[in-house]
Structure formats: C-alpha cells, structure tokens
Ligand binder design. Structure first.
Ligand SMILES: Cc1cc2nc3c(=O)[nH]c(=O)nc-3n(C[C@H](O)[C@H](O)[C@H](O)COP(=O)(O)OP(=O)(O)OC[C@H]3O[C@@H](n4cnc5c(N)ncnc54)[C@H](O)[C@@H]3O)c2cc1C
Length: 477
C-alpha cells in the first residue's frame, strides 16, 4: 500500500513527480521547506503528494487558506496507522495537521507548506452501539448525522448537532468541542463524550474516560482533549453518550421588526422558565442572503421537545405575543424541518455573498440584546456589512463580516471591526469563541482572554503532550 499504493499520483514512488514544486519525489524531498518526508514510504499508510489532493486539504471553511500547499496527505484506516505516522513525524520533526472533513471555521485544519495532513475521513466506522447502555463507540471520521441516524433506529439520538451535522465528522466535532442547534438543552459536544482513544505525538495510544456515564478516576483528560483542536493528540476512537429520542417536538417561527427586539424577546423565554431545545436568531441581512425578497425583519426559530413540547411551546407563544410581529407554531415534523432549513442554509448563503470573516463570540444570555445593538454600531462605525446569526439560548453570536471575494488579506477596516467584536465579547463578560475554536483566526486574542498566567500554563501543558511541537503548530494555544 505504501510506496506503491499512492492512488492519486499513479502508484509508484519511483515515477512520482511532484508537479507543484516541479521536483521529483524519487527522493521525496519537500522542496517547500527543505524538510524530508521520505519516511512516508515506510509507514504502511496510503499517502499522496498529488497537487490536486493537496489543494483539497489545505484549507477549511473559514475562507482564509494558508500560504502554499502542504507537503503530503496521509490517509490511515486504523489507529495503528495513525500511530506509525506520528512516531515517524515526531522523529523527523514533521508538522502534522489532523483533519476531519475540513468544515472548521477558525483555520484549525488549514495546512501550509511543509505540513503533512493527517486525513482521518477513512476511519469512519460505527464500531458498536449499545441501546441498553445508551452509548456508541465510533471512529473519528464518521459523519455526525450518520451516528444520529443509526441511534434513531433504536429510539435514541446523538444530541450535539452543529449546523454542519451532515458534513462534519465526530472527530472534528470533538476536537473543536462543537456546539449546535440543540445544545441549548443538551449541551455541547463535551457533554456527550464519555471516553476517547487518542494517539499522542510520539505514537503512543492511550484511553481516557470511561464507558459509563459516571467516572472520576484521575484527571479528566477526556475534557482536556475535547476542544484541543488537534494540538494534544489525535482522536482515533470515541465512546459517546446517546439520549432517548424526544417523544415529540413543537417548532415556532416568530418574526420581529428588528434583531434587537428579537434578542430582547429571548430574555422573555428565560423568564417564562421554559427550556427550548433550539433557539436560533437570524437578522435581516442573513435572511436576505437566503431570500433576496426578504424585507427588514428578524427571525427567531424555537423548538421545544419531549412529552411537554406543545405545552412549553404554548408558554413561549404567550411570552412572545405582543412583541413578535408574526408567530407560527407547528408540531408537524416535516413543516418544522422546513422552518429550520433557513438556519442550516444561512452560512452557505452568506458564503455566496463574498469571503466571510466568521466571528463566534458568546455573551451571558442576558446581554444578547446589548451585543446585537453594539455589533450594529460597530458595522456602522467601520462601514462594513455584518450579518448576524445567533444560537440565542446560549448567548452565542456569529457576526459575519463579509469582505470582497478577491481580497488577499482581511481589509484593515474589517479587521478593526473584528477586533471590536472581540473587545465587545470580553467587555460583556463573554468569550471570543463559543464553539468554532481558536484555530489561527482568533489566536492573537487568546492571551487577552485567558490572562498571561493561564496562557503560559496552557502552553506548558501543550509542550508536555507534544515536546517537539509537531501537532498542528501555529494553531490554538
Ligand atoms: C455550514 C456550516 C455550519 C456550521 N455550523 C456549526 C455549528 O452550528 N456549530 C459548530 O460548533 N460549528 C459549526 N461549523 C463549523 C465546523 O463544522 C465544526 O467546527 C466541526 O466540528 C468541524 O468538524 P470537521 O470534521 O470538519 O473538522 P475539521 O475542520 O477537519 O477540523 C477541525 C479541527 O479539529 C482538528 N481535528 C479534526 N479531527 C481530529 C481528530 N480526529 N483528532 C484530533 N484533532 C482533530 C483539526 O486539526 C482542526 O483543528 C459549521 C461549519 C459549516 C461549514
């Protein structure tokens, strides 16, 4: 499979030509950096240096790819393969970028010149599912929606559902600690991760956590790896918690004159003491990107679930009456899916407008209306269009600054607006990333949020796990 198994590039390393660099791969020397990836031929894992294959794994969906092409992409099919790759990369000090589906929005999986991309998408097995234990064991490349569908056959669900649920992987979700629409009620990815198998930078494989819902032996490394953005180890297997499928749902679409009124209305939900599973807010600019005929109003999509779904939905309708311009409620799943489709379509629609700079701040729920008001002021001050989507029940806002598609770099006025959005998050007692991760895009701000002492401690933790700094260098901490 190795030396002769490179399907992308023709099958034999002797004849491989690295057309990107113009160099010959007979010696497998990486002309970008002068480093060597000759060891790839010996690790027994499928790999490629074909320029088209490299171009396909160099960027994520943040819209800001790095300089140059990576040196190679490797595609292991099992944990042993991951281990062999990391052992050799560690010995040769080769940077490795773990990659799931590349749907990340913070530049976490981007891979520039010299890096080897560790593509985990072929490790996509659902290893086991135990309805009685309410758990599933999966490989990292499994698409998240596929797990939820498999759980559904047993009357169960895998609750974390990023809007990218149909295109992102469990491994990527864990590595970013992804949030989702339903996390208002069921928590983020970490709340469904019980245990992990992880390959460390030197190739050692370890198990963390438990197969049980409870377990407090030792430090909680499962939580440390969750959200570590490929910097501490490579997740090769996960034991996940499943939950019962809710007995029913009720979905509400409420329109408001503007987003500030809609954001303020979210506080009415909290005061009504109901627990929506989903509460998504879309501003007029986002709705116009989806449907150019849309006017000025904002949309709040709410879903309640469980035995009391309709009852809770009635309480919500009551709480919103008089504030909302229009309220529609349905318990029909097909109609609900249609209403929620607007939310899942939002980002792809905005990507069609230009190159998005996607922010991801979270603020205390009670400050949501303050946040949207001040974001509008920032947009006005810097003359940049900012479209805002929010996971409203979590106070998690995505202000999207859309810049010209041909812009080589972030234009200065857009950067200033982005900086002010971060500033605003911290001022309101929030965080600069609620779910997308730090990646490359938010790195400059991390020390500010963590404070120097914690930032230094986190860097020392990273060094402990990866002394030679081969795992996803230049990202996150
Ligand atoms: C249309 C759209 C909607 C989205 N909606 C949401 C949303 O609602 N909520 C949300 O949180 N995100 C959302 N995202 C962002 C993205 O889908 C998530 O961050 C997702 O978790 C990334 O998964 P992935 O498989 O694509 O990972 P990648 O983008 O490939 O990687 C993400 C990070 O994880 C690391 N990584 C990947 N796999 C592993 C592994 N096995 N071991 C160690 N590290 C690994 C990478 O190095 C990188 O740092 C959305 C993206 C799109 C395009």
């Amino acid at each position: 499979m190795t030396a002769t198994g490179n399907g992308d590039a023709g099958g034999s390393t002797a004849s491989l030509t690295n057309t990107h660099t113009g160099g010959s791969t007979a010696s497998l020397t990486d002309a970008h950096t002068g480093g060597s990836t000759a060891w790839l031929a010996d690790v027994g894992v499928d790999w490629s240096r074909d320029p088209a294959a490299l171009a396909a794994v160099r960027a994520d969906r943040s819209g800001w790819p790095p300089e140059g092409l990576p040196a190679a992409v490797v595609r292991p099919v099992d944990a042993a393969g991951v281990s062999r790759v990391l052992r050799r990369a560690n010995e040769t000090r080769t940077p490795v970028v773990p990659r799931g589906a590349g749907t990340g929005l913070s530049g976490g999986a981007t891979a520039g010149a010299g890096a080897v991309v560790l593509d985990l998408s072929r490790m996509d097995r659902l290893v086991s599912l135990s309805p009685d234990d309410g758990t599933a064991v999966v490989e990292p490349g499994l698409i998240t929606a596929a797990l939820d569908a498999a759980a559904g056959e047993h009357g169960l669900t895998y609750a974390p559902d990023p809007a990218s649920v149909a295109i992102s992987t469990i491994g990527g979700n864990i590595a970013t600690n992804a949030g989702g629409l339903r996390c208002a009620k069921y928590g983020v990815t970490r709340d469904s991760v019980l245990g992990l198998r992880v390959v460390l930078a030197d190739g050692t494989e370890i198990s963390t956590g438990t197969a049980t819902f409870k377990g407090v032996a030792g430090y909680d490394l499962t939580r440390l790896f969750t959200g570590s953005e490929g910097t501490l180890g490579v997740i090769v297997q996960a034991t996940l918690r499943l939950r019962p499928l809710p007995l029913g749902t009720a979905t509400i679409a409420a329109t408001f004159g503007d987003i500030e009124t809609a954001a303020a209305a979210c506080s009415a939900l909290t005061r009504a003491r109901v627990q929506p599973a989903i509460a998504e807010l879309l501003d007029a600019a986002t709705l116009r990107a989806i449907d150019p005929e849309h006017g000025d109003g904002a949309l709040l999509l709410i879903q309640t679930d469980g035995a009391g779904a309709a009852l809770e939905a009635d309480l919500i309708v009551e709480a919103l009456a008089g504030v909302a311009e229009n309220i529609r409620m349905t318990t029909d799943p097909a109609e609900a899916a249609e209403l929620l489709a607007a939310r899942r379509l939002a980002l792809p629609a905005l990507e069609r407008l230009g190159r998005p700079l996607i922010e991801d701040i979270a603020v205390p729920r009670s400050r949501l209306a303050d946040a949207v008001r001040e974001i509008a002021a920032i947009a006005e001050r810097h003359g940049v269009p900012i479209c805002t989507i929010a996971h409203a029940a979590d106070g998690n806002l995505h202000p999207l600054i859309v810049v010209d598609r041909d812009a080589e770099d972030v234009p200065p006025h857009a950067q200033r607006a982005a900086d002010e959005v971060f500033e605003l998050a911290l001022k309101l007692g929030g965080t600069l990333t609620g779910e997308h991760g730090v990646g490359t895009l938010k790195r400059a701000w991390l020390r500010r949020e963590l404070g120097p002492a914690q930032h230094d401690l986190q860097q020392r933790i990273r060094q402990l796990f990866d002394p030679h700094g081969i795992l996803n260098p230049g990202k996150a901490v």
